[in-house]
Design a protein around this ligand. Structure first.
Ligand code: PEP
Ligand code: MG
Length: 759
């Protein structure tokens, strides 16, 4: 039975039009269960009814015509009860309602179950039989299992070009949203563009060849051409994105080097395979190894290897790559987005990015953010072809995608884009103003940096300093740990740029969802695993090199602050401080010899693990400042993986427990007189700003793009008013209630349009 189920679900995935896919399900299921009839209804919430969309056994003319009210008949009853119903004789059941169109008079036994996705009833699937009998338990569980597996496909219905219902009133289009993970914020409208299907190494049929020398020279020629292509792309990319981001292509170059892929390919050629087969075997091995690794970053590398293999193969088989017609407003859609795909589309045309796979760590996400292009990633279990060539609306704030929008929806989305632009323009006029409340309270606004110095530079003049430098980001775009001098140069340029303001550098915070490509490790539960300070304390050599580089970089400047991520206990702080002291004395000695002056950096901790909430006093006696990492604090307080789309609804930044924890930190820090900043995403949300400022946080660290709107919010309210809002919010017991209340307050301020993101 399991294989039948799998076959059915697979088939649904491959049929682009949902109604056809569902029809196929009813045929297959009728056969597999040996029943007389199988029928599927889908919910039409707008009209409060279930619509018959597929059947094998009832009258086909009823498809799209028969509509059963949400509270009518047995189908409506299943929807209401949200559970299966199994009856020996449906016709004599009190809830039975006769619908003449469907012609079900000859059926008696009935088994139906709801199709539920994320708590919403999307439809009902039923089987019927002429005899009078109760369906067996195994039959019931089979139907339930199938319904659960179908749910996602049904939820993604609109991605199939909208569900066509040929009803009495003609063809109706359903508009439902499709969701992925927000990868880069912003709104975009455009046409799905799937890069040309190229010659694929994986499709090549193996062949042997005895002409070793000829095969090797062909292979080398293909590699040479591929290298030239990559160089060209690198230059193209360099025009659109900052140099530090373009480093991604180094990985490609590295893989192409004779010492890595090449050596193995040539060995296979010598063993009697032709060049393409040898390449296929080696690429296949590497890709398999990468994709079997547990951490997401290394899995991403499998895509790079396959892409690279296809490129070399293209030259081997002399594939003349035709450039596909790129729409003027292109939304790049692909199973997995590679950096090269991005580079191939002119920046002017690229409006958005959608990837079926990928995570916040994928190079595509890093590039998208650096290029300021809205992106949605991880649109699970959907075929790219469903989006290619279709008009798409993409919301990079919420992760929502609308396929083939009806006119009305497109018009209102375009109005939103216009509104976003206007609001951005209006708000950005505030950028150069001081962040001061109506009653004169100054709020320090610091920058979160690390992605790209070039891009972040444009905001530097308007910030009070750097509140969070995520040092792991430059580490991630290398192919090995950067050396001390390399790090020093990098840190020096930042410290110098902000020579008159504080720069808070966070020590390496890898692990969790931020693995290093060259330092892979597998964990069952990475967010609860070897993250941040835990990893670096276990590797003092890595920690010391980094801290020494930071201190050296600060020579002659007094603006370095060092911040420790993922602190859970006092021991970790003591040990980290011991290492920082050791590094400082070493560096100072060297510096003194060279006549330079270094100052002991101020040291602070991130408050992002709930345990520290109850040790603030002890921590305060050890450090110079606190910084609240509200992203992780929320994740750990609520036990919700911040990257898992299945539970993303539960990741609630305005959960009462989160707000009370933040309030507690603000109060205790004030009592202990420890400077405290908030550097998580909450500090960049207008509603978050109101609450945090009211709690007493007078330093916020945010990304540059949010600077203007945060100033806008601060400058339009008094501390007193914000405190009144906070007071009310703290009395509420549900996140949604708090959220609605805050949104209303923001509407009053005229900021509704910028409050699209967040929960
Ligand atoms: C946080 O956890 O809130 C934070 C700022 O750090 P990161 O998002 O890098 O984990
Ligand atoms: Mg964090």
């Amino acid at each position: 039975m399991l294989s039948t189920l799998r076959q059915i679900v697979e088939e649904i995935g491959h049929i682009p039009v949902l109604e056809e896919a569902l029809q196929r399900v009813s045929e297959l299921l009728k056969e597999a269960m040996r029943v007389d009839c199988c029928t599927i209804y889908l919910a039409d919430t707008e009209n409060q009814c279930f619509v018959l969309v597929a059947t094998e056994g009832l009258a086909k003319e009823a498809i799209g015509v028969t509509r059963i009210g949400f509270s009518e008949g047995i189908i409506g009853w299943i929807g209401q009860r949200e559970e299966p119903i199994n009856i020996a004789d449906a016709q004599s059941h009190p809830r039975f309602k006769h619908y003449p169109d469907v012609k079900e008079e000859s059926y008696h036994a009935f088994l139906g179950t709801p199709i539920i996705h994320q708590r919403k009833v999307l439809g009902v699937i039923s089987v019927q039989q002429k005899s009078r009998r109760r369906f067996a338990e195994e039959e019931e569980s089979l139907l339930i299992t199938l319904a659960a597996q179908m749910a996602l496909e049904v939820a993604n219905a609109e991605a199939r070009g909208a569900v066509k219902l040929s009803g009495s009133d003609g063809i109706q289009l359903w508009q439902k949203a499709l969701y992925g993970r927000p990868g880069s914020s912003g709104l975009a409208v455009g046409v799905g563009f799937q890069p040309n299907k190229k010659a694929r190494l994986s499709d090549y049929i193996a062949a042997r060849s005895q002409k070793v020398n000829q095969e090797i020279s062909q292979y080398r020629r293909a590699v040479k051409r591929t290298k030239a292509d990559i160089r060209k792309l690198t230059n193209q990319v360099a025009e659109n994105v900052p140099k530090d981001v373009a480093n991604i292509f180094q990985t490609y170059d590295f893989l192409l080097d004779a010492a890595s892929l090449g050596k193995e390919v040539e060995e296979k050629i010598r063993a009697g395979w032709n060049a393409a087969t040898s390449l296929k075997q080696v690429v296949g091995n590497y890709a398999r190894q990468f994709s079997q690794m547990q951490d997401s970053y290394m899995q991403e590398r499998a895509v790079d290897v396959v892409d690279l293999g296809d490129r070399v193969f293209g030259h081997l088989v002399n594939d003349k790559r035709r450039v596909a017609e790129i729409p003027a407003k292109a939304i790049l859609v692909a199973e997995e987005i590679t950096a090269t795909m991005l580079a191939e589309i002119p920046a002017k045309k690229l409006k958005g990015i959608i990837a079926m796979r990928g995570s916040v760590n994928s190079h595509a996400a890093i590039l998208a953010r650096a290029m300021g292009i809205p992106a949605v990633l991880g649109v699970t279990e959907l075929h790219v072809s469903h989006l290619a060539g279709k008009e798409l609306l993409l919301d990079g704030y919420s992760g929502e995608i609308t396929v083939a929008p009806e006119m009305q929806k497109r018009i209102s989305f375009e109005a939103l884009i216009k509104e976003e632009k206007e609001l951005n323009k209006l708000v950005s006029a505030e950028l150069e103003q001081e962040a001061v409340t109506l009653d004169g309270q100054h709020i320090g606004l610091f920058l979160n940096v690390g992605l790209s110095q070039e891009l972040e530079e444009k905001f530097s003049a308007d910030a009070d300093g750097v509140g969070l430098y995520r040092t792991e980001i430059p580490f991630m775009s290398h192919d090995r740990f950067p050396g001390e001098e390399e790090q020093r140069v990098l840190y020096r340029s930042l410290l110098q740029k902000y020579h008159d303001r504080a720069v808070t550098m966070r020590t390496l915070d890898v692990g969790g969802d931020k693995p290093l490509p060259y330092f892979p490790f597998q964990e069952e539960n990475p967010f609860l695993g070897w993250r941040g300070i835990r990893m670096t304390l276990d590797h003092p050599e890595i920690f010391l090199v980094q801290v020494r580089a930071m201190i050296k970089a600060s020579a002659g400047l007094h603006n370095l602050q060092i911040m420790l991520p993922m602190i859970t206990s006092v021991e970790e702080v003591k040990e980290a401080k011991r290492l920082i002291r050791q590094a400082f004395y070493e560096v100072r000695e060297e510096a003194n010899r060279e006549g330079e002056e270094v100052h002991k950096p101020r040291v602070g901790v991130m408050l992002e693990v709930p345990s520290v909430l109850w040790q603030l006093e002890e921590l305060a006696s050890l450090v110079d400042f606190f910084s609240v990492g509200s992203n992780d604090l929320t994740q750990y307080l609520l036990a919700v993986d911040r990257n898992n789309p299945r539970v993303s609804e539960l990741y609630q930044s305005y959960h009462p427990a989160v707000l009370r924890a933040l309030n507690h930190i603000a109060q205790v820090s004030k009592r202990l007189d420890v400077p405290v900043t908030v550097c998580g995403e909450l500090a960049a949300e207008p509603a978050g700003v109101m609450l945090l400022v009211a709690m007493g946080y007078n330093k916020l660290s945010i990304n540059g793009y949010s600077m203007a709107r945060v100033k806008w919010v601060i400058r339009r309210q008094s501390q007193e008013k914000m405190q009144a809002v906070l007071h009310k919010a703290l009395l509420m017991s549900e996140a949604s209630e708090i959220r609605d209340f805050l949104n209303m307050e923001l509407e009053y301020l005229g900021l509704g349009g910028l409050v699209r993101a967040g929960k």
